[in-house]
Ligand binder design. Structure first.
Ligand SMILES: Nc1nc2c(c(=O)[nH]1)N[C@H]1C(S)=C(S)[C@@H](COP(=O)(O)OP(=O)(O)OC[C@H]3O[C@@H](n4cnc5c(=O)[nH]c(N)nc54)[C@H](O)[C@@H]3O)O[C@H]1N2
Ligand SMILES: Nc1nc2c(c(=O)[nH]1)N[C@H]1C(S)=C(S)[C@@H](COP(=O)(O)OP(=O)(O)OC[C@H]3O[C@@H](n4cnc5c(=O)[nH]c(N)nc54)[C@H](O)[C@@H]3O)O[C@H]1N2
Ligand code: SF4
Ligand SMILES: [Mo]
Length: 697
C-alpha cells in the first residue's frame, strides 16, 4: 500500500477548512477534515468532498488562452504560459505608459492568501486593489469599524461556549463553515438556545428553539425594538455598559418610540414574542452571540442593521466575552511575531483610489475599496481612466447586478484577464484566461489566522496538475518576472515561505506534522477591564464622528420598506449546502445532487396566481424574464420569493450547468447604482419581480 496523507486546505469555498488528503499513485483517494483540528471532527461538507470531481472534470480551462474572436464569443487560442504571461505583461506596460499605473485594477476574493496579490498590485504602482466584498460583507466590516474601531474578524464567534445564538440573515447550517457548525451543535447539546430570524424557514430554522418569520426589509425595526426593550426593562449589562459604551443616553432617547408594539406592525412578529425573546436573551447574557451577519449586501440600510446587532451584543455584555464575541488574538498578542508581509516589498502607491474609497468616501476603508464603484470608474473615466482589469478568483458577471451593463463597461477595457480554475461568465468574456490549478493541485503561501489561539497554516499540493495549469505563486511570480518586478519573482514556493517566516522563529518543517503551527497552547480570553477598542474614545461608540462628518447619522431613524405591488415579490436569495456561489454548478458530483435552483413562493401568494408546487413559472422584471420551477411552501413570507444564488449559466463549455435554473443577478435593473451609502455594499434585495404561471391557460 502506498497511501500518502497530505495536510492541506480546502478550496471549494471561501472558508478554507483544514483537510487531510489521501492519495495513491498520484490520484486523490479520499478527503476528510484534518484530524489534528478537533473542531473539524474529521468531517468536511459535500462541496469539500466534491473537490475530487473538480480535478477530473475536463470542463475547466486546461491551458492558457488568448481571445481571438469578439469579446464573449468564446473563441480563444490555446497558448503557452510564456506567451500568455508575456502578452499580459506587454498589455499592462502599454496601458501604464498611456494612462499611468493607476489605470490598472485588480480584484480578488479576499481571504488568507491575498497578501501575494496585494504585493503584486502595489508593485505595479496602482492603488486599485479591490475584492468581492462590496457584494458580501462590507457593511458588516464598516459597522464593526464604526462602533468598535476594529474589523469584523477581530471578533471571534465563540459558538462552543455560547448559551444563546441568534441567526438573523445567517444560515449557519447551509452557508457552512464546518468548524462553526460543529461548535454550534456541541453547544446546543449542552443546552445552548438557537433563535432564527429569517424571511423563510431555512435548515437552521428547523433546528432552532425559536423561529420568527420576518417581513423582508424590516429587520432594523425588530432590532430597534429589542434595544428599546433591553433598555426600558433594565435587562442590559450595566457593568459592561458603564465601562465600555459611550453615549448610551443618546441611544436610550433614540429608541424610545420603537416599542415592541410598534415593531409588530412593521415586522409581523407579535410584541409578546419579541418581549419573551428579549427576556430569554438577557437570561443568557453575557454568553450570547447575535451573529452580525455575513452576506449583508442586501438593503440600502443594511449597515445600520449590522450596527444595531453590534449594539445589542454590547448591551448584553457579549463583546469581548467568553461564549460571546471575544477579541481575536494576533501573533503579537500571544508574544509571537507575525508573518512578514509580501506587500511590504513595495511602497504604498500615492495615487487616490479610482473608486473614491478613503477620499471621496472617507468613511469607506481604502484597503479593498468598493468594486462596483471601480466598475463605475471604468464606465465614466471619473476620476481617471481605468483600462486594464485582472479578475483573480472573481466572477463579477455572476456576483454583481446588471451583467449586461458590466459587459459594456468591460468592453471599454484594453485588457481583461481572468485567473480561475473553472469556467465563469467573466472568464468567457475575458481577453486572456490564466488557468489556476485547483487547490488539490497547488500549494499556497503561508496564511495566518487570528483567533483565540492564533496560528499559521499552509496549503500543500496533494497531486500534480492534470492539465497545463499553475499555482497562484507561479502565476504572480511569472507575471512579476515579465514586468521586471524582481522582488516578487520568486523561483520556488520555499523561497516565499522562508521570506514570510523570517521573523517568526517558525520553520517550514514545523508544519510537517499537522499542516499548521499553533502560536498559543490554550485559548486566550481577556478580562472585561482589559478589552481594547480602536475608536477615537477607546470605547464602543454609539455616535461615530466619522459618519456624522459625512452627513450620515450614527443612529438612523427607521423608514418602512415599500411593499411589492400585487403579483410582485421582493427577490431574496441565499446559499444551499450543496453549492458554492456560481462556481460549483457544473461540478459533476454536485450537479447530480442539485442541478438547478427553484423559486420559493408562499402558498397563499401562489394560489392567488394559480401556481401549484412544481409548476413552471415565469419570473420577470423590466421586460427581462426567465423560467424556473416553483416550490410552493408556507415557510416563506408572502412578500418574498427566494432562490439559491449562482445558477442560470449560459456557457456552452459547461454542458451540465448551461441553461439550468435562474440567475438572480439579472433581475436587478439599475442595481450597480443601488448601494448602502454608509456601509458601501450593494443593496441586492431592493428589487421586485413579477411571477406568473408559465401555463398559458
Ligand atoms: N445576486 C447575488 N449576487 C451575489 C450573491 C448572491 O447571493 N446573490 N452572493 C454574493 C457573495 S456572498 C459573494 S462572496 C460573491 C461571490 O462572488 P465571486 O467571488 O465572484 O464567486 P465565486 O463563485 O466564489 O468565485 C469566482 C470565480 O473564482 C473561481 N475560483 C474559485 N476558487 C478559486 C481560487 O481559489 N482561485 C482562483 N484564482 N479562482 C477561484 C471560481 O471558479 C469562479 O469562477 O457574490 C456575491 N453576489
Ligand atoms: N454551502 C455554502 N456555504 C457558504 C457559501 C456557499 O456559497 N455555499 N458561501 C460563503 C459565503 S461567501 C458567504 S458570504 C456566506 C453567507 O452566509 P449567510 O449570509 O448565512 O448565507 P445566505 O444564505 O446568503 O443568507 C442567510 C439567510 O438570510 C436570509 N434572508 C434573506 N433576506 C432576509 C431578510 O430580509 N431578513 C432576514 N432576517 N433574513 C433574510 C435568507 O433566507 C438566508 O436564509 O456563506 C459562506 N458559506
Ligand atoms: S465549508 Fe466545505 S467547501 Fe468550504 S472550505 Fe470547508 S469543507 Fe471546503
Ligand atoms: Mo460572501
Amino acid at each position: 500500500m502506498s497511501i500518502h496523507k497530505i495536510h492541506s486546505i480546502c478550496g471549494m469555498c471561501t472558508v478554507r477548512c483544514p483537510i487531510q488528503v489521501e492519495t495513491e499513485h498520484g490520484e486523490i483517494k479520499f478527503i476528510k477534515g484534518n484530524p489534528n483540528v478537533p473542531a473539524m471532527k474529521g468531517a468536511i461538507c459535500p462541496r469539500g468532498a466534491a473537490g475530487k470531481a473538480l480535478i477530473t472534470d475536463s470542463e475547466r480551462p486546461q491551458s492558457p488562452m488568448i481571445r481571438v474572436g469578439e469579446r464573449g464569443e468564446g473563441k480563444f487560442n490555446t497558448v503557452s504560459w510564456d506567451e500568455a504571461l508575456n502578452f499580459v505583461a506587454e498589455k499592462i506596460k502599454g496601458v501604464t505608459e498611456r494612462y499611468g499605473s493607476r489605470s490598472i485594477a485588480f480584484s480578488d476574493r479576499g481571504g488568507p492568501f491575498q497578501d501575494l496579490h496585494k504585493a503584486f498590485v502595489k508593485g505595479l504602482g496602482s492603488p486599485n486593489f479591490c475584492n468581492h466584498d462590496a457584494s458580501c460583507a462590507r457593511n458588516v466590516e464598516h459597522a464593526c469599524l464604526s462602533f468598535a474601531g476594529i474589523g469584523r474578524k477581530d471578533l471571534v464567534y465563540d459558538l462552543k461556549n455560547a448559551k444563546h445564538v441568534v441567526l438573523q440573515f445567517r444560515n449557519i447550517f447551509e452557508a457552512v463553515n464546518v468548524q462553526e457548525v460543529n461548535n454550534l451543535m456541541d453547544a446546543m447539546e449542552s443546552g445552548c438556545k438557537l433563535t432564527v430570524i429569517d424571511v423563510r424557514a431555512n435548515i437552521s430554522a428547523t433546528k432552532a428553539s425559536r423561529f420568527m418569520m420576518i417581513r423582508p426589509g424590516t429587520d432594523y425595526a425588530f432590532n430597534l425594538a429589542v434595544i428599546h426593550e433591553l433598555l426600558a426593562q433594565n435587562l442590559y449589562d450595566h457593568k459592561f455598559a458603564n465601562l465600555w459604551i459611550k453615549d448610551l443616553d443618546k441611544l436610550n432617547a433614540f429608541v424610545k418610540p420603537y416599542s415592541p408594539e410598534w415593531a409588530e406592525t412593521e415586522t409581523g412578529i407579535a410584541a409578546e414574542e419579541i418581549r419573551s425573546f428579549v427576556r430569554e436573551l438577557a437570561a443568557a447574557k453575557p454568553s450570547v452571540i447575535w451573529h452580525p451577519g455575513w452576506m449583508m449586501a442586501r438593503y440600502r440600510h443594511s449597515f445600520y442593521i449590522c450596527r444595531s446587532i453590534y449594539i445589542i451584543n454590547a448591551l448584553l455584555g457579549a463583546i469581548g466575552t467568553k461564549g460571546g464575541l471575544p477579541l481575536a488574538n494576533k501573533p503579537v498578542d500571544v508574544g509571537k511575531s507575525g508573518l512578514k508581509a509580501l506587500a511590504d516589498l513595495y511602497p504604498k502607491p500615492s495615487e487616490k483610489r479610482a473608486d473614491g474609497a478613503g477620499w471621496r468616501y472617507p468613511h469607506i476603508t481604502e484597503g479593498v475599496g468598493l468594486a462596483h464603484l471601480m466598475f463605475q470608474a471604468m464606465e465614466s473615466d471619473d476620476p481617471y481612466p481605468v483600462k486594464a482589469y485582472i479578475a483573480y478568483r472573481h466572477d463579477p458577471l455572476t456576483g454583481f447586478p446588471e451583467p449586461d451593463r458590466l459587459k459594456q463597461i468591460f468592453s471599454k477595457l484594453e485588457l481583461l484577464v481572468s485567473v480561475t480554475f473553472s469556467w465563469s461568465e467573466t472568464a468567457w468574456f475575458s481577453d486572456v484566461i490564466l488557468p489556476l490549478s485547483p487547490y488539490l493541485e497547488r500549494e499556497s503561501i503561508i496564511a495566518s489566522n487570528n483567533g483565540l489561539k492564533p496560528q499559521f497554516f499552509v496549503r500543500n499540493r496533494a497531486v500534480e496538475p492534470r492539465y497545463d495549469t499553475k499555482s497562484d505563486w507561479e502565476i504572480i511570480s511569472g507575471l512579476a518576472r515579465c514586468l521586471g518586478l524582481d522582488a516578487l519573482s520568486f523561483s520556488s514556493i520555499e523561497d516565499i515561505w522562508n521570506y514570510q517566516l523570517q521573523q517568526t522563529g517558525v520553520a517550514i518543517e514545523d508544519f510537517k506534522a499537522t499542516g499548521f503551527v499553533q502560536l498559543a497552547s490554550s485559548p486566550k480570553y481577556r478580562a472585561m477591564e482589559e478589552l481594547k477598542f480602536k475608536t477615537p474614545s477607546g470605547k464602543l461608540e454609539i455616535i461615530s464622528e466619522k459618519l456624522e462628518k459625512q452627513g450620515l447619522p450614527s443612529l438612523l431613524p427607521y423608514t418602512s420598506p415599500v411593499r411589492p405591488p400585487e403579483g410582485q415579490f421582493r427577490l431574496t436569495f441565499g446559499r444551499c449546502a450543496l453549492h458554492t456561489q456560481g462556481h460549483t454548478v457544473n461540478n459533476p458530483l454536485l450537479f447530480e445532487q442539485m442541478p438547478e435552483n427553484v423559486l420559493w413562493i408562499n402558498t397563499k401568494s401562489a394560489s392567488a396566481l394559480k401556481i401549484s408546487d412544481g409548476d413552471t413559472v415565469v419570473v420577470s422584471q423590466n421586460g427581462y424574464s426567465e423560467i424556473i420551477q416553483a416550490k410552493v411552501t408556507d415557510f416563506i413570507h408572502p412578500d418574498a420569493v427566494f432562490v439559491v444564488h449562482g445558477f442560470g449559466h449560459t456557457l456552452p463549455v459547461e454542458s451540465r450547468a448551461m441553461g439550468r435554473g435562474l440567475a438572480d443577478n439579472k433581475f436587478m435593473k439599475g442595481g450597480l447604482d443601488i448601494w448602502d451609502p454608509a456601509g458601501g455594499a450593494i443593496a441586492f434585495q431592493e428589487h421586485f419581480v413579477a411571477v406568473t404561471s408559465a401555463n398559458k391557460n
